[in-house]
Design a protein around this ligand. Structure first.
Ligand code: TPP
Ligand code: MG
Length: 185
């Protein structure tokens, strides 16, 4: 499964949920798969999709909130896993597209082939944490996390595949903020 295929599957499980996407190719690819007003594309700041998603989930406990993170982003902000586990927002789904590289900046290897991030999330106290490696397993787990109580962590193992020729997010940061707030508010 490639990262793009994983994002295409994730998109089929979404309705109008707020979704906070990690910076780099994850935001860019998801924008090309399906641009949604409720998608908050983190432009530039690495490591922060998880804390923004946590804030959104805590502010609106009645709304299922989804974070689409990357392995490099999660490794950079590992402390946020503890913050999420401690706050225990039932409505939060934390996905991690794990290609074992910093693909957006040239495929430098990350540590996620040695460090089992789903076990780190579980050790912090996420009540649901799983690794999936195939499209079928991803579909089954997405069904579980979207229907169940969180915080849930899903490590989605993918092959690097993002296409550097695909267009960048065309909305300005201000537009992204305003669109997100209009859906989310
Ligand atoms: C603080 C900070 N450091 C470095 C970067 C450069 N940078 C942008 S995306 C990225 C890689 C993110 O890795 P990952 O979360 O694994 O996503 P992938 O690119 O593999 O999809 C890096 C290093 C940045 N934007 N901000
Ligand atoms: Mg990566």
């Amino acid at each position: 499964m490639t990262g793009t295929e994983a994002l295409e599957i994730v998109a089929t499980f979404l309705n109008n949920e707020p979704v906070v996407l990690a910076n780099g190719y994850i935001s860019r690819e998801f924008f090309n798969v399906q641009d949604r007003e409720g998608s908050f594309y983190m432009i530039g700041s690495m490591g922060l999709a998880s804390s923004i998603g946590l804030g959104a989930a805590l502010a609106r406990p009645d709304r299922k909130t989804v974070i689409v993170d990357g392995d490099g982003n999660v490794l950079m902000s590992m402390g946020t896993l503890a913050m999420i586990a401690a706050a225990r927002p039932k409505n939060l789904v934390h996905l991690c597209i794990d290609n074992e590289v910093y693909e957006s900046t040239g495929k430098q290897r990350s540590l996620s082939n040695q460090i089992e991030l789903e076990k780190v999330a579980q050790a912090n106290g996420y009540p649901y944490s799983r690794r999936v490696e195939t499209p079928d397993a991803l579909k089954q787990a997405m069904g579980e996390v979207m229907a169940g109580e969180g915080p849930s962590f899903l490590l989605i193992k993918v092959a690097p595949s993002f296409d550097s020729n695909r267009g960048r997010v065309t909305h300005t940061p201000e537009e992204i903020r305003d669109r997100f707030m209009s859906v989310y508010g």
